[in-house]
Design a protein around this ligand. Structure first.
Ligand code: NAP
Ligand code: GCO
Length: 262
């Protein structure tokens, strides 16, 4: 077995919402493995700042502004990339939001916004990119799921429903597109230190203490912790892996936890 199994030289990866946080880390890892990186954001300002940051790392990333829930914009952009840049070999559906609101207080509009971005967005993206992957009889799709694809937590019902649905969309796409040599998998990050979790991660916040005690690794994940899993699921090394959700969670999903004074 050679490390060339993990070599992404000559491959192009498109990552949504990758102007910072987990998306930027995964893109950086894929670039290190040799891939050409294309990143997206809904904000032009953030995209331009991110492209400069990628350049400062020696990564010549390309960038496109679009909302993953806008199918017209997505289809137009994917066609532009496919015809002007080249084939999208790897799609990472990373863009996502969370709203922490108890169900009784959550407006339907808030629910629908989370479902649309976190679940319908990956559907729209996969459908648009998958059309070209099917023609080429090859492709890798990675959906960024969550611990909430498996367990619930108070105040994140819309997010959990979306990420649970994203797990099953991953399995269904894996089933439907296996005949076209397209592998569709998920990565389920545990609790990671990004802007998305900043509010619940401050020292002394009860949730911060809870996560540190509930996670066997006894730490929050760092975005770089996702790079190995992303490279694996983007490379030849995973050609017989499909419909799998790879949890990168410090062991939290493996354990019931321990008593406070153990
Ligand atoms: P983040 O810092 O909030 O980044 C999310 C990204 O998605 C941002 O770049 C955001 O752009 C973009 N985005 C939001 N709505 C979009 C839309 N409609 N179209 C295109 N882009 C859009 O989140 P993160 O912590 O890096 O998380 C990234 C992914 O991992 C998310 O799917 C999240 O659910 C998942 N996840 C995170 C954790 C964690 O602990 N952090 C754990 C498990 C899973 P703007 O900044 O311009 O809004
Ligand atoms: C929360 C957190 C989580 C993480 C992640 C865990 O409020 O519970 O934001 O949802 O973002 O999804 O895997």
């Amino acid at each position: 077995m050679s490390l060339s199994l993990f070599d992404l030289t000559g491959k192009t990866a498109l990552l949504t919402g990758a102007t910072h946080g987990l998306g930027m880390s995964m893109a950086t890892g894929l670039a290190a493995a040799g891939a050409q990186i294309i990143v997206n954001d809904v904000s032009r300002e953030k995209l331009e700042a991110a492209l400069a940051e990628y350049a400062s790392k020696g990564i010549n990333a390309l960038g496109y502004v679009f909302d993953v829930t806008d199918e017209t914009a997505v289809k137009r952009t994917i066609k532009e990339i496919e015809t002007q840049v080249g084939p999208v070999d790897i799609l990472v559906n990373n863009a996502g939001i969370i709203k922490r609101i108890p169900v009784v207080d959550m407006e339907v509009a808030d629910w629908e916004t989370v479902i649309r971005i976190d679940l319908t967005g990956p559907f729209i993206m996969s459908k648009a990119v998958g059309k070209y992957m099917i023609r080429r009889n090859a492709g890798k799709i990675i959906n960024i799921c969550s611990m909430m694809s498996e367990v619930g937590r108070e105040t994140v019902s819309a997010y959990a429903a979306a990420k649970g649905g994203l797990k099953m969309l991953t399995k269904n796409l894996a089933t439907e597109w296996a005949r076209f040599n397209i592998q569709v998998n998920g990565i389920g990050p545990g609790y990671f230190a990004t802007t998305q979790t900043a509010a619940i991660r401050v020292d002394g916040h009860p949730f911060n203490d809870f996560i540190l005690s509930r996670t066997p690794a006894a730490r929050w994940g760092e975005p770089e912790d996702l790079q190995g899993a992303t490279i694996f699921l983007s490379s030849k090394a995973s050609d017989f892996v499909s419909g799998h959700i790879l949890y990168v969670d410090g062991g939290i999903l493996a354990t019931l936890g321990k008593a406070a004074n153990e």
